[in-house]
Design a protein around this ligand. Sequence first.
Ligand code: PGA
Length: 255
Amino acid sequence: MRRKLVVGNWKMHGDLTSNQLLLERIINGVRELNNADYVVCVPNPYLFQARELLKNTNIAWGGQNVDQHEEGAFTGAVAPHMLTDLGCTYVLLGHSERRSLFHETNLTASARFEAAIKAGLTPILCVGETLAEHNAGLTEVVVASQMDAVMATLNEQEFALAKQLNMVFAYEPLWAVGTGKAAASEHVQTIHKFIRDRIAKRNTQAAAQVRILYGGSLKAKNAKDLFAMPDVDGGLIGGASLLANEFVEICRAAN
Ligand code: PGA
């Protein structure tokens, strides 16, 4: 049985005061929930605050992106070891907003995936199709190309490391992200199964173990239905992760 995983993606929201309130409420809300894993991916300037508030709790924290270089003249970039230095155990990679707004590609996602695992971070690789691609029936083609680009760059040793770190995939159709219109559970299940089968072509054990999250307008009200699908192992939550009650309810549904 795979343990469910709920990951909050705060995106570019928050400040010291509101973060503290939000985290205190979440800490209280999930304290007794021991049957799933919980993570918040906060903006880099607040990782120190997250570490202070979340150490010794059952909530882990992570970054929303990371650079592929170890150090150097890369103004504005954050290296993998900087995230681990601040206690991060997870990092989001290839989020659709990074791809569409910051010109990131399968190539950068691959390089960052490799750099992240080498630093000991559990990568959460985001994949998903646009509305136009969805309507054209290209969902599986797009998802496959995004996955394959990353998987192909991993040699056997790196793949084993990613497996050991419990790499995570997140299916986030762009038409569902931030729109209030989550994908139907049956559609999500179909694509998650497709993702798992694709990993199985490389390694069946890894495929059985990998957690595949759904993201895109996942809220307290639709969490139960989505989490009931056999290949949905949790969620990547944007908007609803900024509301303590909503986020705790989603964590409860996963638990
Ligand atoms: P949303 O965002 O829950 O606000 O749709 C999900 C995400 O972008 O990870």
